[in-house]
Design a protein around this ligand. Structure first.
Ligand code: SF4
Length: 468
């Protein structure tokens, strides 16, 4: 028997944000006293100053409140400085964030030219003491220049020291972040935002929850940047991002957000703005009614959505947290959405409602009806046409189940960032691809014209060997 309950119109008006310190990033304030800040990241090469400036202009016009640009090495510092001054000369004052992966010297060199620097200090040096002293040097430069920092740790790129203590776990991610935050506090540097991303929504949510409770216990709560990394593209990427980000925003965790899509990065902004507006209490869900089974585990939801995209965003936020936390087991969707011409389309038509339920359950890692894809959004380090490669890999592997396939833009960070993938397809540069089985490269320097075939052959051979 199904019980009818009232519609769920969720918004931040009923959810107090976790109280945080305030961080100043140029003309943007981040923290619980301010609206949620949507941001995105360029996928141009930073040395392509024209192209990067043009992309930043499109991002700023679309409403990105912060723009991140990769700064792979010292040679890119003058490019960052030029991009910054050209944008300011054009009257675009959106703060810029330099993305640093390994080099503390690059972080120190670029800090005076941008409003924020994103780092994982654990990557600065193998020796913890050396990494600490490099972070202190960076903080001194940031203090002098009014530059903020983000301590940004990803699942899969944790150092050996932390994983030997806590494993490759959400707890390890939170402990690693706490270590760096304590060092910032000791240095009397509070202009810090922190993030712990994973492509796995369960891991990512747990990591942020542990971090939030550890910061509260400590008595010093820094603003949190929330995102699901390598979420992929299309409906799946949007649903996965909305599930992970909204689950945390529902709990008041999250002050700035990035929706990471393997698409034109400008496409990330409407989704991020939707999430920010919803949890700032500016918009409500298009959910009309929900009915629950007697045991409360199955829900039937009816929508009257103003668009297809909005339907996807609403239902991911309405039911993602309950599925992720196993409060409910299944959900079915009915009702309508308006198409581009404003005509109402029945959600039941052509199995669309069932498809949405399948996608949502997979994003919450409750049931896998197709391969789990991990795909980085690409950045200035990307070595090939990532979006085309991802589509080609999906087209040849979508019939498979129970397999995690990663498509990554660069050989430098891709293998580390693809965390728990069974297979990896990683751009090397020069039209060559490396194919990984787990963490091991099994084929190197494969021409990109043949690489998808080789990947499919390897997966097939592995499956046959498993069945023998
Ligand atoms: S893996 Fe992708 S997003 Fe990460 S650094 Fe490489 S190209 Fe950029």
């Amino acid at each position: 028997m199904i019980k009818k309950l009232s519609g769920q119109k969720s918004g931040k008006d009923t959810i107090p944000l976790m109280e945080t310190l305030s961080v100043k990033v140029g003309n943007v304030m981040i923290g619980s006293s301010f609206p949620i800040v949507p941001q995105t990241m360029c996928n141009t090469h930073t040395s392509d100053v024209e192209g990067t400036v043009a992309q930043c202009v499109r991002m700023a016009k679309a409403g990105s409140a912060l723009i991140r640009i990769t700064c792979p090495g010292q040679q890119d510092v003058p490019h960052m400085a030029e991009i910054h001054s050209r944008l300011r000369a054009m009257g675009i004052d959106t703060p810029l964030v330099a993305d640093i992966h390994f080099s503390s010297e690059t972080a120190i060199a670029v800090a005076p030219y941008v409003e924020k620097v994103r780092i994982n200090p654990g990557n600065f040096a193998k020796e913890h003491a050396v990494a600490c002293s490099q972070l202190k040097r960076l903080l001194a430069v940031c203090k002098e220049n009014g530059t903020a920092i983000r301590i940004g740790l990803n699942h899969g790129s944790l150092g050996e020291r932390i994983t030997s203590l806590y494993g490759n776990t959400p707890l390890a991610m939170a402990e690693a972040a706490m270590e760096w935050l304590r060092l910032c506090a000791e240095e009397d540097f509070d202009n810090v935002v922190v993030s712990l991303k994973s492509s796995n929504t369960v891991v990512m949510v747990e990591a942020y929850r542990i971090l939030a409770s550890k910061m509260k216990e400590w008595g010093k709560v820094y603003p949190v940047h929330v995102g699901v990394t390598e979420a992929g593209n299309g409906d799946s990427g949007r649903i996965k991002s909305c599930v992970g980000i909204s689950t945390l925003l529902e709990e008041g965790i999250g002050n700035t957000i990035r929706v990471s899509l393997t698409e034109d990065p400008v496409n990330e902004i409407p989704v991020a703005k939707y999430l920010a507006d919803r949890y700032d209490g500016k918009i409500s869900s298009s959910l009309v009614s929900r009915q629950s089974s007697d045991d409360g585990k199955h829900v039937v939801a009816e929508y009257a959505a103003p668009s297809r995209e909005r339907l996807i965003e609403d239902l991911s936020c309405d039911f993602g947290k309950a599925l992720l936390d196993r409060e409910i087991d299944s959900v079915e969707f009915h009702g309508t959405f308006l198409d581009a011409e404003g005509i109402a389309v029945d959600i039941d038509k052509d199995g669309f409602g069932e498809y949405l339920a399948d996608e949502l359950l997979q994003a919450c890692r409750r049931r896998f009806y197709k391969p789990e894809y991990i795909a980085c959004p690409g950045c200035g380090r990307t070595m090939y046409n990532l979006q085309e490669a991802f589509e080609a890999v999906k087209a040849r592997t979508s019939h498979l189940k129970d397999v995690v396939i990663a498509v990554m833009g660069c050989i430098v960070n891709g293998p580390g960032e693809m965390a728990d993938a069974d297979w990896g397809y990683v751009g090397e540069g020069g039209h060559k691809v490396s194919i990984y089985k787990g963490k091991t490269p099994v084929l190197k320097h494969v021409p990109d014209t043949e690489a998808v075939d080789r990947l499919v052959e390897l997966i097939d051979a592995d499956r046959k060997a498993g069945q023998a």
